[in-house]
Design a binder for this molecule. Structure first.
Ligand code: HPA
Length: 273
């Protein structure tokens, strides 16, 4: 599928502006306030947070493509929250493992910033390293290890990531559910799951959750000045932490099972933002 972001001479921020203009036109909402990408298990929260104003096919928005991953959606939704704020739900997330380059991976985040958003909520399904995180446990992301060897930032632009995952937003999340644990998310390239040895390495260098998204998007969000809230759903214990082998089907099933509970949690958090 052709995509203007694949032209190396194109300016990804210009394409994000064009995308934001199309979203504004199709939704009739000139400025959005909060954006979110809903990973495995989190999608239902879009139905709980407010009134859907517009559902836009991602293929109609510059720089976006339909998702290639079974179980992932391909729409961009504009939702009016009870507070009067406008939320943008970005389906059609492109993962780094799809091999289309980092520009496409972070296009949703850049579009959110161009659409006026100040807060970016990044969610995912991931493997838990702490044995107490049984499948179905939501975890706040406190920091990340980017193990992709890639960056969304082009050129000599030295962006500070010291407090990338906003303490303010984590505190708001904990005010909704004081039992929420937090941990360091490590993004691997995938799409294969990690080996048990890689999970042990992740643990040894300080990671608590392993997955295939989020870190690159969080970096781009910070570059664009967005405040970031990261939430993982532990859909499984990471490879070797439990004896069971991993399967995408089981990851999706664990997500489905936890979905009503964690979507309600996220919806409650959003009412406080
Ligand atoms: N590893 C990487 N990504 C994942 C996992 C995992 O164990 N579970 C869900 N997404």
């Amino acid at each position: 599928m052709s995509n203007p972001l694949d032209d190396p001479k194109a300016d990804p921020f210009e394409i994000a502006k064009q995308a934001a203009a199309v979203i504004a036109e199709k939704s009739g909402v000139a400025k959005h306030d909060i954006a979110m990408t809903l990973g495995s298990g989190w999608a239902k929260s879009a139905d709980l947070i407010g009134e859907t104003i517009a559902t836009i096919d991602a293929a109609d928005v510059p720089g976006f493509n339909r998702s290639e991953v079974v179980g992932h959606v391909s729409t961009i939704r504009s939702i009016l929250l009870p507070s009067g704020k406008h939320a943008l739900v970005l389906g059609a997330r492109t993962h780094f493992y799809e091999g289309h380059g980092v520009r496409r991976v972070v296009h949703g985040v850049r579009t959110a910033a161009a659409a006026g958003c100040e807060i970016m909520i990044l969610t995912n399904g991931a493997g838990g390293i702490k044995t107490s995180w049984a499948p179905g446990t939501p975890v706040l992301i406190s920091d990340h290890i980017n193990f992709t060897s890639a960056s969304p930032i082009e050129g000599a632009n030295f962006v500070d990531l010291t407090d990338l995952y906003s303490l303010r937003l984590r505190d708001i999340a904990r005010s909704v559910d004081s039992s929420l644990d937090e941990g360091v998310y490590m993004q691997f390239r995938g799409p294969h799951y990690e080996t048990p040895a890689e999970v042990q390495m992740a643990k040894a260098i300080g990671a608590h959750i392993v997955g295939m998204s989020t870190a690159l998007e969080a970096i781009a969000a910070r570059q664009s000045g967005l405040e970031v809230l990261g939430l993982s759903l532990s859909t499984n214990l990471a490879a070797g932490i439990s004896d069971s082998p991993l399967s995408h089907k089981e990851v999706l099933e664990a997500g489905k099972e936890a979905e009503p509970r964690i979507s309600a949690l996220l919806a409650q958090i959003i009412t406080k933002l």
